[in-house]
Design a protein around this ligand. Structure first.
Ligand code: DON
Length: 304
């Protein structure tokens, strides 16, 4: 089946799905989003692209930004330096869990849980002159777009209810794994989570992970080896305590966010993104997972 036909089939099928998921509301601003919004976009490495629905509507990328944070850290530091302070193992726990940190002496399991991404933000504060501007600029280059907005209302809303993330930073600071002020780390991380992109833009930015670290103009943004590491981490840790389920059902490296977005890649082939706000119990887009499962099943495009 051609990609255009596959997407048409998925577009029909998702209308029949009965949703049990709920839009994230622990960040009050995110609860205002339309639960019926749905967008999907496929961008092949040869530049051909396919999509439907609200593929050009910006949404809050939330934890998908953790992939960009790690990518920026890789541009500054050898991997050994980064992975002294954060691990590369799946946590099997919810994204904001504190539970492993005590036994593991403040070293988070991986960079894609909140604790790990907060450590990466602490590292970025050390190595980058202006990490927020640099991350935005990097995404602009990756997606070949002029603007990468940060939604101030989403940022303010999350800052007001960020007790969990404050606790994570505090706890890791007590083990010496956070060097900067708590508010500085939290502010940077929360700004990154409040970035908005459309499905089409997100697929554009994820092309780098499908092209061995190369931008669409052929420039090497990160090395092929670093890209391999990032994809491996997305495969094993991109969906928290649902990473196994995502591998089993979809079979691609990917990353989710509580805004309802999911971005995934098939190395050397394509990037694919979906956006549907209602989340399942593990905090991943319910309909997004369904659409991606149908996409890899109908196309046979999976790494397994
Ligand atoms: O830190 C948080 O809780 C949010 N800014 C991001 C969490 C998130 O997207 C988890 N993803 N599924």
């Amino acid at each position: 089946m051609e990609y255009a036909d596959i997407l048409k089939t998925i577009e029909q099928e998702i209308k029949q799905q009965k949703l049990t998921g709920k839009v994230a509301n622990y960040i009050p601003e995110l609860a205002k989003v339309d639960p019926n919004a749905f967008g999907m976009h496929v961008l092949c490495n040869d530049g051909s692209h396919f999509g439907f629905g609200e593929q050009h509507t910006p949404f809050s990328i939330q934890s998908i930004s953790k992939v960009f944070m790690l990518t920026l850290a890789f541009k500054y530091l050898e991997e050994q330096e980064i992975f002294k302070r954060v691990g590369v193992e799946p946590s099997g726990d919810p994204f904001n869990s504190l539970i492993q940190l005590e036994q593991e002496k403040g070293i988070p399991r991986n960079p894609f849980i909140n604790a790990g991404a907060l450590v990466i933000c602490d590292i970025l504060l050390e190595v980058c002159g202006n990490p927020q501007a640099e991350l935005v600029k990097m995404i602009q280059r990756m997606a070949d777009i002029d603007k990468v907005p940060i939604n101030q209302d989403v940022f303010d809303s999350e800052m007001k209810c960020s007790q969990r993330n404050q606790a994570l930073i505090n706890f890791m600071k007590s083990f010496g794994n956070i060097k900067h002020e708590i508010n500085e780390v939290l502010t940077l991380y929360t700004h990154f989570c409040a970035i908005e992109l459309t499905c089409a833009e997100l697929a554009g930015s994820f092309t780098v992970y499908a092209k061995n670290g190369k931008l669409s103009d052929g420039t090497q943004l990160i090395t092929a080896s670093q890209t391999k590491r990032i994809n491996a981490l997305m495969q094993t840790c991109g969906f928290y305590d649902e990473a196994g389920e995502f591998s089993y059902r979809i079979g691609l490296p990917g990353k989710s966010g509580v805004g309802g977005g999911i971005a995934a890649v098939h190395p050397n082939e394509l990037s694919v993104t979906v956006w549907s706000p209602p989340l399942n119990k593990k905090g991943n887009s319910e309909l997004g997972m369904y659409a991606l499962e149908r996409f890899t099943t109908l196309s046979g495009v999976s790494v397994f």
